[in-house]
Design a protein around this ligand. Sequence first.
Ligand SMILES: NS(=O)(=O)c1c(F)cccc1F
Ligand SMILES: [Zn+2]
Length: 261
Amino acid sequence: KRGNIYLSGAGPSAWHEEYPVAKGKRQSPVDINTNKTKFDPKLAADPLTIRFSDSCCQSIVNTGISFQVTSNGAGCELSGGPLDSTYQFAQFHAHWGAYLKTTGSEHTVDGVSYPAELHLVHWNTKYDDFKDAVDKPDGLAVIAVFFKRGKEHPGFGKIQDLFSKIPAKGAKVNIDFEFNPGLLMPPDSENYWTYLGSLTTPPLYESVTWIVMKEPLEVSVEQIAILRTLLWETPNGVSQMYNNFRPPVPLRDRVIRASFG
Ligand SMILES: NS(=O)(=O)c1c(F)cccc1F
Ligand SMILES: [Zn+2]
């Protein structure tokens, strides 16, 4: 029971007991109320530069709360838009819901959830490495991409084909084929929302500049279901992994900026 942060005790609503920052001023995820976002022409004037390479994904691991494709970041950098520095790609993972449920994403848009949400995690190269950056106010930049049900996404399918090789927490396999995470960007990645927030799992460090893509990525209903074939530990033993998302928390004194009008 202890091991699973979503299922032990009261789950996310109890995280503040061990991590008081859970009730902090710049927590994530949040609901994106599109009536209250503010277009910032500076974001449009200095477009986000997202660079990925074919050789940047080394391995995939079952972290016990998601899958994680890990990178050495070679040739994979993020800059521009809201960022004052160059950030290097470190890993991507996802969060998703349960069968026949509409929840699953962490961020919501006008109160609406998507079935899943992908996070591409980058760290600020002004720091020595990810570990040094992870708890600094400008330490991380995470690109969030919503998944919606639609046509199959063969690229993501190649990553999902590896899930059967990482059945338990800590299991890890090398990725011996080329996979460019740029495949996971929506067709239009110009339009995004950005705000200052946090990690969405403990330790919930308030270190993330969030860049939430407005356009979702289409994956098939079967691919959403395959996410749940990953396994994790629960109070009743090992079972399928799902509902590994933190629901939105109060925006407090923040404005979410939009790169589009
Ligand atoms: N989910 S998230 O993207 O905010 C995230 C990270 F980027 C890194 C570590 C923990 C974590 F929760
Ligand atoms: Zn995440």
